[in-house]
Design a protein around this ligand. Structure first.
Ligand code: HEC
Length: 205
């Protein structure tokens, strides 16, 4: 035991001094080794997890939404209506013609595979603008109901819903532009009542 004294100048500290313990001072206790290892392992696992977890298009993780679903709908400009036709369908037509477009047998005619839907746009626009009351044959079955008129909807909404029913459920007919609806609305503005069945529809006016 030959500790130097504080100043370090005296060669031989006195016997009393040698008996003294050094002044205590604050030490830094190192982390226990197992904790260090554990934290290190956690950090490595975290890095590995982030690196190995697919992101972006793969929706098996998180809230299942893909980048594609989060992308805002493409703005189509020009002749095609900006209104969402499916939305109009869901609020105005679905109660009778059903979400599947299959209608209700014998009561509400189907829109899927209906020659009225995929056929001449003018006839379809007439049906929507003025409605139909009376006998009409749809896909081989005669219906005798009442289809309400939708002339209160805008040209955009009508064009959108018609374009929608012409392109869902396996139907593949060209879209209808708002301008076509506007033209037909103008051409038939004298009409105040519904068409009396399929025959009158086909005869035009
Ligand atoms: C209240 C029930 C009802 C609602 C709502 C309704 N329809 Fe109809 N729709 C009918 C009936 C009934 C007929 C058949 C009319 C007849 O027998 O003369 C028909 C006929 C049709 C037809 C011609 C026949 C066919 O099946 O292709 C089309 C097209 C049509 N509806 C589209 C629509 C669209 C689009 C909407 C929404 C904007 C709509 N309907 C809303 C009851 C409805």
């Amino acid at each position: 035991m030959n500790k130097p004294n504080r100043k370090g100048t005296q060669k031989e500290p006195s016997a009393q001094r040698q008996r003294e313990n050094a002044d205590p001072d604050e030490g830094v206790r190192p982390l226990p080794w197992f904790l260090t290892m554990f934290l290190g392992a956690m950090a490595m696992w975290g890095a590995f997890y982030i690196y190995s977890t697919p992101s972006g298009e793969n929706s098996a993780y998180g809230d299942q939404r893909t980048v594609a679903t989060l992308r805002p709908p493409e703005q189509i400009t020009g002749a095609v209506s900006k209104v969402d036709g499916k939305q109009v369908y869901s609020s105005k037509c679905v109660a009778c013609h059903q979400a599947t477009g299959a209608g209700i047998s014998g009561v509400f005619p189907p829109l899927a595979a209906s020659e009225w839907v995929t056929g001449d746009p003018k006839l379809l626009i007439n049906i929507l603008l003025h409605g139909v009351v009376g006998e009409m044959e749809v896909a081989g079955t005669v219906y005798k109901g009442a289809m309400p008129a939708w002339k209160t909807l805008s040209d955009d909404e009508l064009a959108a819903v018609m374009s929608y029913i012409r392109s869902d459920w396996g139907n593949k007919a060209a879209a209808i532009a708002p301008a076509d609806v506007a033209a037909q609305r103008e051409a038939t503005k004298a009409r105040t009542e519904a068409f009396k069945g399929g025959a009158e529809l086909k005869s035009g006016s």
